[in-house]
Design a protein. Structure first.
Length: 80
């Protein structure tokens, strides 16, 4: 894959869990994790992504070396 086509970021979506804390899922790779706080879920996403990619060929997976991890918080709208 050419360098210009390699993805430079991995996107994750964090959302409140139905019971407690937060759940995060990555869009590009098969990673799901959770945490009691936003800080914890962000750290867990970083660790889970590192474990998922460890020893893998990033180029073959379509990623540039050391892709950024972008975590977006999703919230359900509240009724006024």
């Amino acid at each position: 894959m050419s360098d210009s086509a390699l993805r430079t970021a991995i996107h994750a979506r964090a959302m409140p869990d139905a019971e407690s804390g937060y759940v995060a899922t990555c869009d590009e790779i098969a990673v799901v994790t959770q945490g009691e706080t936003l800080d914890e879920v962000a750290a867990n996403v970083r660790d889970a992504v590192a474990l998922h990619l460890e020893g893998g060929d990033l180029d073959a997976l379509g990623f540039a070396a050391e892709p950024a991890i972008i975590v977006t918080l999703e919230l359900a709208p509240t009724q006024a």
